[in-house]
Structure formats: C-alpha cells, structure tokens
Design a protein around this ligand. Structure first.
Ligand SMILES: [Fe+2]
Ligand SMILES: [Fe+2]
Length: 497
C-alpha cells in the first residue's frame, strides 16, 4: 500500500466507524477493518471495564482459521485488568507492545503470553502488536491486538515499528467511534426510561386500566412484525425497520399519556351517577316514602305505596349502570323525576333533580355526560401536546403523530382532528385496532364486563366494515388469528415490551 492508498484507506475506515450505531457491529467492524488494512492474520478487541477491573474480550477474527473452517461460535469472556497479560499491560500503561515472538518473551517483561487460545484452536501465535484504544481525553477504553504479520511471501514477520503510529491512530479513531456509540446508546436508554415513566404515570393514575398501554404496545408490535413477514398482498412492500418498530412501540406505550390531564372523577368514573349521589337519592326516597304515607292509616295502602316507591328507586339505580338506555326508559326516568314530594318543612321538591335526570338519560358514551365525554376525549390532544414537547431523535420523530391519531377513524368519524383515510399513518391504524381490541377484551372492571371474544371479534369486524378501522389490518388480525396469539400470551403473563 503506497502513502496515497494508505491515507485513502484510513479516511474510509474513519467514515465507516463513524457511521456505525450499534456496539456489537462496531466491534466487529473495527476488527475487520484492521485486518483488511494491515493484512495481518488475526485481530482481537478487548474493552475495559474499570468498575469490575476487567478486560472484556468482545470480538476476534483469524483469517487462517476461517479458511480452515475452524472457527467456533464466538464467546465473550473477561480477563483481570492487570499487567500480567499483554492486553492488561497495554490497557494499564497505555503503551504499545510490539512482540516478535510470543513464545520467546524476555524474562524481564512484566507481562506474559497466555497460550490457552492457541492450545484450544491449534493456532500458533508468533508476532503481536498490542495497542491501546485511547479516547480524546487520554482514557484507555480498550485494547486492539493484531496477530501474525505477513511479509509479501506470506511468511510471519514482526509488525514493522513504523506501523505502530498508524495503528495507534486507527485505534484512537475506533475509541472515538466507541464513545459516540455509547453516547447514542445512553441517549436511547434515556428515552426508554422516559417512555416507561410516562406510561407508568398514566397506569398509576388509572388503576382500572393498568397494563392497557403495555398490552396495546404488544399487539401493535405483533401486527407490525406480521406485516414484515408478508410476501404478498397489500402489505408485501411494507417493512418496518428496527427503528420504526421501536417508534411504534413507544407511540403505543404513550398513546394515552394525555389521560394525566383528565379530571380524576371523569377518568375513574364507574357509573352515570357517583355512589355518593346515589346515596343522596336513596335517602331522599326514604323522605318520599314518609311524606307519601304519614297521613295514611290503611296498612295495605301504605305497603303498596312504599313498594311502588321502592320499585321506582330500584329502577333508577338499575339505570345508573353504564350502557344503553331505551327511549321508553328515558321517559320513565323523567316521569319519576318530575313527581313532587313534601319535605319535613313542607317545601316541595322533585323526586330527582334536573342534573340527576340529565346524568341518567343524556349521556353520550357508556357512562359519560356530554361534558364529561368532551373532557375524556381531550386526552388525545393532551397526548399530542405533551409528546410534541419531547425532542425525539429523528428515528422517533413520528411518535406524537402516531400516538395523537389513535382515536382517528378512516371515515373521518374519529377525534380529535377527524382525519380521513389518506391522512392517517399505517402505524396509527395499527394502534387503533390494538387499542379497540385490548379495551374490548380487557378483564372485567368494576363498571365494565369483559366483552366475550366472539362478540369482540364481531365488533372490530363491523368497525372495519363501517370504514372506521383499517379493513386490511382487521382482516389480517382476524383471518390469521393474531388475536389468539395475543390472548394466549396475555393469559400466561407473557406480555413483555
Ligand atoms: Fe385513548
Ligand atoms: Fe387506549
């Protein structure tokens, strides 16, 4: 290699090392590039663990063993960080060690050659160059060892001393790349921790739906992974990269984070009226009974009157549960509400207040009044507002968009933005299917029974048919029985995200 070629090679290696983002890949890349560059037979890489005072053997490659097909599966191991080994000596002193023959090391040297690798593989290590990987602030992050240098006739020769500086600078480049990847990983871990805390905050706020986000993330990831396997059909050309899968998972874990902004009484609402409000009604009905019967003397009539009032109270209480109320029942609630009774001070009152009648008859969804439902729906815009403030990295930049559209429907009937089909990302559609299916099949809650599986499947089938959920996704979810895999994992505590 002439000087020009060498500079060119070093440059190229620098770029390659700088663009690697995964530690393991980086270790292997360093080893590969150094063998390529020097034309030596083998190279090993050790990383310093100062806390444990160890050197961890992270990557190795020996060309002649590969040729003989004698490589075994690489196993990481560690050696003590002390000067008795060549790698330890290099790491501690920061010195380059250039050995002509590993089996004839001068007795006055503090380090010795460990023959165990040679014994195990039948390999013969002769020359060795051991260089420290020094970071820009002079800390040795690891050690690179080059083994058996060849001359032009393929004879094993010592590593040329003029080579030492070049290898040392290559090792420094590797150290810089290592620092960068570590920083990147620390950054990723920080995001992971933040996402976990965020989603935990909402789970703790709403214990009745604990685990919902995790399960939605699990279903979403499962659907996306399934799409990745598709070789034909509408999803054949769609592939979620590792980063995009991670982005979807995070978006799913965070999709309901806006619920932290929903008032507690709405979030944890069980029935249309609270237990306290029902108690007030029950007490009032005692007064109603007294007021209706205190002037009566016919026992039978008294009993009949009391029974009638009790029946009305039972009817009111039965209509307090979340769910559909027929027009006929609405009229009956209103009629009961309009009845008048005299209180102990002789003042006149209705059997039910206007608010009570309203709460029992004019709810829009499950157990929510229109006002409460608006507050509940606002959790999506809050999710978007919260997530917009997070400076996500480029790979995760769509998290707010994906999470913020989990209640959007393809026909524009969703909320908060009434986005239509063309504006809803596939990831949000996946999230919507997962969210609906999880909520339907979630275990019984105090105010909501789990919907039986066959009914849940019918419901999401109808939602797809009606143009709310993505038909292709729902068909895949149903036809390929993805729901079975999820339910089995859920019921066996195998929901790990
Ligand atoms: Fe939601
Ligand atoms: Fe949700």
């Amino acid at each position: 290699m002439n000087y020009k070629e060498m500079v060119f090679s070093l440059n190229r290696i620098g770029i390659a090392l700088g663009s690697e983002t995964k530690l393991n890949n980086l270790f292997n890349l360093i080893v590969d590039e150094i063998i390529d560059f020097t034309n030596c037979d083998g190279c090993s890489l050790y990383i310093t663990d100062l806390k444990k005072q160890e050197l961890i053997f992270e990557a190795t490659k020996t060309i002649s063993l590969i040729r003989k097909d004698e490589t075994s599966v690489f196993k990481s191991f560690s050696v003590p960080l002390d000067i008795t080994s060549i790698s330890g000596y290099t790491a501690i002193t920061g010195e380059t060690v250039n050995i002509t023959d590993c089996y004839n090391i001068d007795n006055d040297k503090e380090y010795g050659f460990d023959k165990s690798y040679d014994v195990k593989t039948g390999y013969k290590t002769v020359s060795m160059l051991s260089v420290p990987m020094k970071s820009t602030d002079g800390i040795t992050l690891g050690v690179i060892q080059l083994i058996n240098n060849f001359d032009n006739d393929s004879n094993i020769v010592p590593f040329y001393s003029e080579f030492e500086q070049i290898i040392l600078s290559l090792a420094s480049q590797a150290a810089v790349a290592l620092s960068n990847v570590r920083l990147l990983e620390a950054n990723k871990n920080l995001y992971k921790a933040l996402v976990k805390s965020f989603s935990q905050a909402i789970e703790e706020r709403s214990p009745h739906t604990a685990g919902h986000s995790k399960r939605v993330a699990y279903i979403s990831e499962m659907i996306a992974n399934h799409i990745n396997k598709k070789k034909e059909g509408v999803f054949a050309n769609i592939t979620f990269s590792e980063e995009k899968l991670e982005e979807l998972k995070y978006a799913a874990l965070l999709h309901d984070v806006g619920k932290v902004a929903v008032p507690e009484n709405v979030l944890e609402k069980q029935n249309k009226l609270s237990d306290d409000e029902i108690e007030v009604i029950t007490n009032r009905f005692e007064t109603i009974k007294f007021s209706a019967t205190h002037n009566m003397d016919n026992l039978e009539v008294i009993k009949e009157t009391i029974d009638n009032i009790d029946d009305e109270l039972s009817f009111i209480i039965s209509k307090n549960l979340p769910g559909f109320i027929s027009d006929e029942d609405k009229i009956k609630v209103r009629e009961i509400g309009l009845k008048i009774f005299n209180d102990f001070d002789n003042s006149e009152h209705n059997h039910l207040t206007e608010k009570e009648v309203f709460m029992l008859t004019d709810f829009v969804k499950g157990n929510f009044s229109p006002d409460e439902w608006e507050k509940m729906k606002k959790h999506v815009s809050s999710t978007l507002d919260i997530l917009k403030e997070v400076p996500f990295t480029d790979e995760l930049k769509d998290i707010p968009k994906i999470a913020g559209a989990h209640h959007e429907m393809l026909d524009g009937s969703g909320y908060p933005l009434h986005l239509g089909e063309e504006k809803i990302m596939l990831q949000s559609r996946i999230l919507a299917v997962a969210d609906v299916f999880e909520a339907l099949t979630a275990a019984d809650r105090p105010y909501k029974k789990a919907v039986p599986l066959d009914r849940s499947l019918k419901i999401i089938g109808f939602m797809a048919k009606d143009g709310e959920l993505d038909k292709e996704l729902v068909n895949m979810f149903l036809d390929e029985k993805l729901y079975e895999i999820y339910l089995e994992d859920r019921d066996n505590d195998r929901i790990f995200v």
